[in-house]
Design a binder for this molecule. Sequence first.
Ligand code: GAR
Length: 208
Amino acid sequence: MSTRLAVLASGRGSNLRALHEFLMRGERSSIAKLALVLSDHADAGALAYARTRDIAAASIDGGTLGGDRLLAQLRSHRIDLVVLAGYMRLVPEVVVHAYRGRIVNVHPALLPAFGGRGMYGSRVHAAVIAAGARVSGATVHFVDERYDHGAVIAQWPVPVLSGDTPQALAERVLRVEHALYPPSILAVAQSRISLDANGRATHMHLPK
Ligand code: GAR
């Protein structure tokens, strides 16, 4: 049976689109299926995208008080894996507990650098440039109770070029996110990558 994914997105949803297009190719749609898209912004591009693709979509109360309702929504859609794609809120604890090891996030920097509360979107890239870093990148990680904190699943570096603006760096990093995130999600959906009892991401190596 295919793994049922929910995507939580606050904004335009380019990572949602990259994931959807990736899952439509070949046999992948029988492995994992986009079953639900939720947003804390009723006018999010991610919701509009989902509706044009016949994916169930709804706006949610993104505050911590909305945790029980969010959990109920995930359960009523029989969601197996929760994918944060540009979701700018902390996932309520009740959801983190119920879905531990089954919530993933993508962040536009090499965590633990340039992560944490308030570090999202173009703010991340502005901070990277202001710090004079020569390399940034993208990180995929399991989600825990803290912002941008759980076990790292995959990282990919991106050079910071002289004269880079936050927007130019964001576009370069976003291309890497689109390449890195969908296969990482598929690997978690197939349990090729999982969160072990010590809170680390374990990559299963199949015998040759
Ligand atoms: C992406 O760059 C994602 O990494 C970032 O928001 C953007 C969403 O773009 N997420 C964070 O900063 C989370 N801390 P999208 O809506 O086009 O997918």
